[in-house]
Design a protein around this ligand. Structure first.
Ligand code: UFG
Length: 342
């Protein structure tokens, strides 16, 4: 379907070099690749604790954001024009049992990053926020002005990070974009980059692992929600659409916009059952699935609302229909059945 908004190649190309934390991770690696395809210089900074060296395109420094001196040194040497900050811990369940590591990796390390930026007079940052900052939906779809009352430590750390950016913007002239992702999914269209998490907890890769014969069955967390088929509804957004939004946000900040807080989703939802049916269609595999207990903290419906993405970024999803998402994820998984290491 033709889109009325300009494609990535028609939008202003950000000025580099861009320092990309977490550029060896899932969304970071896709964004780096898009930026480099447009000729933008990138420097990936990643400690490889969860990222993958094989996913990194171009310049790379293995660096722990906990090491403030090394980070400041990196900024002094490389003089980035802007930062794209993906590095974070991102498991809701783990954040409940181990909040300390989330406050360290997400909040403390972001403070380090902002201090290194301040010392180098680097002012622009695009940040990976989350729909998890909204908490239990009071209304759906979730517009950007929905109250932010996160219920998990993960969501709380992302909200702390948004607050830090806002305070640094007011006090020190930082310019920031907080991009609140809904359910990132899919893989690069050529099957080279994709989603590799250890452990994997996300629905689409788990369903595809069943199709690959790596798991016997998929567990459906709850079949008695107040939704048409009783399973939870989520807003799946293609990782390449997310990458495109980062490019646009960088362009806006570099053109002088000081603050952007934007939802990134499609506004359309698919139930767990519909995702499983889509995975069956794409793979031709029956994908056995069994309904079990609800997973604590799962709202029945999470859908992105609001018009800021189109109004402020000129962004709208292009590859985010469910079949395209699953097909791309499947292409990647067939090419990398054991992740990037093989
Ligand atoms: N699900 C299953 N079985 C599984 C895995 C997931 O039924 O084996 C269900 C979940 O209960 C949920 C849906 O599939 O209803 C999607 O679950 P994911 O784990 O794939 O994604 P989440 O919606 O839990 O997580 C996403 C982002 C997080 C973000 C969170 C906010 O990945 O980063 O939304 O709630 F924090």
């Amino acid at each position: 379907m033709p889109s009325p908004v300009p494609s990535a190649s028609q939008t202003p190309v950000p000025t580099g070099p861009l320092l990309v934390t977490g550029g060896a991770g899932y969304i970071g690696s896709h964004t780096v690749r898009l930026l480099r395809s447009l000729g933008v210089e990138t420097i990936v900074v990643d400690d490889l604790s969860t990222g993958h060296a094989a996913a990194v395109d171009g310049d790379f420094e293995q660096l722990d954001l906990g090491d403030l001196e090394a980070l400041k040194d990196c900024f002094q040497r490389r003089r980035p024009a802007a930062v794209v900050h993906f590095a974070a811990r991102c498991y809701v369940g783990e954040s409940v049992t181990d909040p300390a590591s989330y406050y360290l990796a997400n909040v403390h390390h972001t403070w380090n990053l902002l201090e290194a930026m301040r010392a180098a007079d680097c002012r622009d940052i695009v940040f990976s926020s989350s729909c998890a900052t909204y908490g239990e939906p009071q209304f759906v779809p979730l517009t950007e002005d929905h109250p932010q009352l996160p219920i998990s430590p993960y969501g709380k750390t992302k909200l702390h990070m948004e607050h830090m950016l806002d305070d640094y913007a007011r006090a020190y002239g930082l310019r920031f974009a907080a991009l609140r992702y809904f359910n990132a999914a899919g893989a690069s269209a050529d099957g080279r980059l994709g989603e590799v998490h250890e452990p994997e907890t996300h629905l689409i890769p788990l369903a595809l692992q069943v199709a690959l014969g790596q798991r016997a069955e998929l567990l459906i967390f709850g079949g008695d929600y107040d939704t048409p088929d009783g399973t939870c509804i989520r807003d799946y957004i293609h990782v390449e659409d997310l990458a495109d939004a980062h490019l646009r946000a960088l362009g806006k900040l570099q053109a002088g916009t000081q603050c952007l807080q934007v939802n990134l989703g499609t506004g359309d939802g698919y139930s767990v059952q519909e995702v499983i049916d889509g995975a069956r269609r794409a793979t031709g595999h029956p994908i056995p699935a069994r309904i079990v207990e609800r997973r604590p903290g799962d709202p029945p419906r999470l859908l992105a609302g609001g018009s800021r993405a189109i109004e402020q970024l000129g962004w709208q999803p292009r590859r985010s229909d469910l079949d395209a998402i699953i097909q791309d994820a499947w292409n990647f998984m067939r090419a990398h059945p054991k992740g990037y290491d093989v």
